[in-house]
Design a protein around this ligand. Structure first.
Ligand SMILES: Cc1ncc(COP(=O)(O)O)c(C=O)c1O
Length: 442
């Protein structure tokens, strides 16, 4: 698309998330309208939204149930005084989220997004240990290549070097291990590789001194790492390690929560319940800023029993309009069984993506439910990464009217949970066409 002189001028007066204006101008996209699975740009051209916003518009764009929830709430109450009280709809939200979380993760607080929820989880964990007789537990172990958010604590827990170095030094107490993919070429067996990677957490905990370690933070499926999908056993080992050393297990389910992986949470998909889950994105279907901290109820209760409060808050945490949207989205996911649809359509999508192996440049198709990633290589013997192909794919996909997340050694396909079979076909055809065209350009 062409970028008007006015927009070019305005682009110089703002910044785009994690990309330079130069990079943006190479593949510009300025949208002005969206409906269901599609965007339209300012020139009226349609795009298939292959990544549901940014893994967020689970019900598609501008779902009528969300519009109705906002309108109804707007007519009653659009703000509540956070330091003097709360609102009925904010408490309804607590109840609703508690009804779908795994285990006893019924202590719920709404925030304005993913980073805020992660930041709260870090502070909540530290204060929890201070109040339960372990004041020296403050460190967190997370993984390289992970992304947990842009704020200082969430960034420190993230493992994406290039997004962090401009802001050095990082806060102390954030340690990293590698996800299983890092070791895959050293093991002939993926299960064995996962066992080894899971064990790294215990090695670090023991060597740091368990009495200094508060939590392990992991995305069940790591997007920025390239849709890394561990085995179920990986999570069981980490759960045992955390239990053994009194370390909290924190899942960043900001991408994977609320049906994305084929069950309400990835905790269900992988069969291992953490102590804390952070959610966002799909929780409001991208319609309004919303995130949530979901912790074990006894952890929350220990604050009350000791007459303490969690020393934390935000003006917009638990905002009535956002909470009304969250309730409507969860109801829609539960009533329409969109997690099941994600599982079925996800398997169908994966089987189609597997077909791309015929092009000779696909190393792996990974993921669960409607969170799928395809790793690109120069050839399947050398398995050398193929970033040039990814870069070309970004161009051809936009030209062909489909939005994908391209990294550039892999690309992700993460459509809305409402997608149906013929729409998966349409999306796949656009991907295949774009990848074939990209191959002619490298
Ligand atoms: C896994 C994960 N965690 C945390 C975040 C941060 O969320 P937000 O951008 O809403 O602050 C993101 C955002 O992309 C994410 O993908």
């Amino acid at each position: 698309m062409n970028v008007s002189a006015r927009h070019q001028d305005l682009l110089k007066k703002t910044f785009l998330d994690y990309q330079s204006t130069e990079e943006f101008m190479a593949n510009p996209l300025i949208v002005s309208r969206a409906e269901g699975l599609y965007y339209w740009d300012v020139e009226g051209r349609r795009y298939f939204d292959g990544i549901s916003g940014i893994y967020s518009t689970f019900l598609g764009h501008r779902h009528p149930r969300i519009e109705e929830a906002i309108r109804r709430q707007w007519e009653k109450l659009a703000f509540a005084p956070p330091m003097h009280g709360t609102s009925d709809v904010t408490l309804d939200f607590v109840e609703k989220i508690g009804s779908v979380t795994p285990g006893d993760l019924n202590f719920v607080k709404a925030f304005s997004g993913g980073s805020e929820s992660m930041e709260a989880a870090i502070k909540f964990s530290r204060q929890y240990f201070k109040q339960t007789g372990h004041p020296s537990k403050y460190k967190f172990i997370s993984r390289y290549h992970a992304y947990h958010g842009a704020t200082m604590g969430a960034m420190a827990a993230s493992g994406t070097g290039e997004r962090k170095t401009p802001f050095e030094p990082q806060p102390p107490g954030f340690l990293k291990v590698f996800a299983p993919n890092h070791y895959r070429d050293r093991f002939s067996d993926w299960d064995e590789c996962n066992r080894f990677a899971a064990q790294q957490f215990e090695d670090v905990i023991i060597n740091e001194d368990p009495e200094t370690v508060a939590g392990v933070i992991i995305e069940p499926i790591s997007n920025t790492g390239g849709v890394i999908t561990p085995t179920e056993e990986y999570f069981r080992i980490i759960r045992d390690v955390c239990d053994c050393h009194n370390v909290l297990l924190i899942y960043d389910e900001i991408i994977t929560g609320f049906g994305r992986t084929g069950a309400m949470f990835a905790a269900h998909t992988f069969g291992v319940t953490p102590d804390i889950i952070c959610g966002s994105k799909g929780l409001s279907s991208g319609a309004i800023p919303l995130g949530a901290l979901m912790a074990r109820q006894d952890m929350g209760e220990c604050f009350y029993e000791q007459g303490e409060n969690f020393a934390h808050g935000h003006t917009y945490a638990g905002h009535p309009l956002a909470c009304a949207v969250g309730i409507a989205v969860v109801d829609e996911i539960v009533e329409k069984r969109l997690d099941e649809n994600a599982r079925e359509m996800g398997e169908y999508l994966a089987s189609k993506l597997e077909g791309l192996r015929d092009l000779g440049v696909v190393r792996e198709v990974r993921g669960k439910g409607l969170l799928r990633g395809v790793e690109l290589v120069k050839d399947t013997t050398s398995m050398e990464p193929f970033p040039e192909l990814g870069k070309a794919l970004k161009r051809t996909a936009l030209k062909n009217g489909v939005i994908l997340r391209v990294d550039p050694n892999w690309f992700a396909v993460v459509p809305a949970l409402i997608i149906q079979k013929d729409q998966v076909d349409e999306l796949f055809d656009l991907i295949e066409k774009s990848l074939k065209e990209a191959l002619t350009q490298v």
